[in-house]
Design a protein around this ligand. Structure first.
Ligand SMILES: [Zn+2]
Length: 322
């Protein structure tokens, strides 16, 4: 008998991850990874995604008739009512009515959502937050994204804009953020923020660091998390200082969310946390505890994400239940 399956697709700025999930056992049956094609019109892009899905289905030994649901995650807020992708600098999309072309390409209803919302949904249902009714996630990568799951449901807010913790202000008139404002959490705790800081401290002020010799064809701004982890574990003073400061600011963000939503579990994920989570977690916790209100350290259930690269596609596959 055919096994009902769900398809999840994580559309990133450089890669597209696709997976097929067994709807009953929640096991991942197959996954594929491809470069994100550039320069396509959106209906051509949708056809590319449908082809990726078909290939992954074939690898799972499933057919189109077995598919219960198709979910697509994108690095942008998505208006859940209209399926419009609001703004994705990574993919060059703005106010893009994406749902209709996707449904045309797949010949099926498609659910679309923000990538970090999907990642947090996966962690809440099946990963680090399973068993907790309310889960909030902070994903630290190139930027800092967030997601909120209360009573098992994603909280999307006005035009899908809830959970943008990266742009909550942690310092008045603080460092400049990529969004054009100042003092956002993302301006302290993201790879982009770390890179800017390295440029300033190492290139401009000439502080000693092992980071330049560890970089291969990368720049300070697109340094891989693994390289950061190497420098951090060598005790490099610049890298340790910048990352510990980032973790400290992230703790303030966590405390703010505890005071706002008091989730039963807070999950820290994304590339930076995957590479450095065990090192940075104590700094995040210490800072969060210092800023808690009305709750004690035992109430702070701070966990590292479990799904790594699979989280976003896995959450997209679960969107029909969210
Ligand atoms: Zn910002």
């Amino acid at each position: 008998m055919a096994t009902p399956v769900k398809i999840g697709i994580d559309v990133g700025g450089t890669k597209v991850f696709t997976l097929v999930l067994d709807a009953a056992t929640r096991k991942i049956l197959a996954r594929t990874k491809a470069d994100t094609p550039a320069g396509l019109k959106f209906d051509e892009f949708a056809a590319f995604l449908a082809a990726q899905a078909a290939q992954t289905l074939a690898e799972a030994g499933s057919s189109a008739a077995d598919v219960q649901h198709i979910g697509v995650a994108v690095p942008s807020s998505v208006d859940p009512a209209t399926g419009v992708i609001l703004h994705s600098p990574a993919l060059g999309w703005k106010n893009l009515p994406a749902r209709t072309p996707l449904e045309k390409a797949f010949g099926r209803p498609v659910l679309l959502d923000n990538d970090v919302n999907c990642g947090v949904l996966a962690e809440a249902r099946l990963g680090a937050g399973r068993g907790s009714a309310s889960v909030v996630g902070f994903f630290v990568g190139t930027g800092l994204g967030g997601g909120i799951v209360m009573d098992g449901k994603l909280i999307r807010g006005l035009r899908g804009s809830a959970g943008e913790f990266g742009h909550t202000v942690v310092r008045s008139n603080g460092r400049k953020c990529g969004c054009g404002k100042r003092g956002c959490l993302e301006a302290y705790c993201s790879k982009t923020a770390f890179g800017r800081r390295f440029e300033r401290l190492i290139e401009k002020r000439g502080m000693k660091s092992c980071l330049p010799e560890l970089l291969k064809d990368e720049t300070f701004r697109n340094v891989r998390s693994k390289v950061l982890a190497k420098a951090y574990r060598r005790g490099d003073p610049v890298v340790c200082n910048v990352l510990d400061k980032g973790a400290d600011m992230l703790g303030i963000g966590v405390a703010n969310v505890m005071a706002t939503l008091a989730p039963a579990c807070v999950v820290l994920g994304g590339g930076v946390m995957e590479a450095l989570g065990t090192d940075l977690l104590p700094f995040v916790r210490r800072s969060a505890e210092a800023h808690l209100f009305g709750l004690g350290p035992k109430d702070l259930n701070l966990k590292l994400a479990e799904f790594g690269d699979d989280a976003v596609a896995l959450g997209a596959a679960l969107l029909d239940e969210a």
